[in-house]
Design a protein. Sequence first.
Length: 95
Amino acid sequence: MTVLPSGKTYEVPVGTSLLQALLAVGEAIVSKCGGKAECESCHVFVTAGRKSLSKIQRAENEKLDGMVGVSSQSRLACQALLGSEPVTVQLLSST
Ligand code: FES
């Protein structure tokens, strides 16, 4: 997993959520709802390797639908589980 803007790369076990992985390595990600797809604070852009992540499920999809600033690269980090391929995650400045 490569994280922007820091540009650092980390090895992360398959099946770890992006949120868990980012917290574990000390990157600046906020999780206000504790990973329940309820708060939007863990919104990130996945700029490469999207296909390797777990598919978007209903709760995440509904949340993303109602959010501002969402793009085709958007994921809620707490809902996206890492696969075996490299991914690049761009952190967004959280409010
Ligand atoms: S941590 Fe709240 S939506 Fe992901």
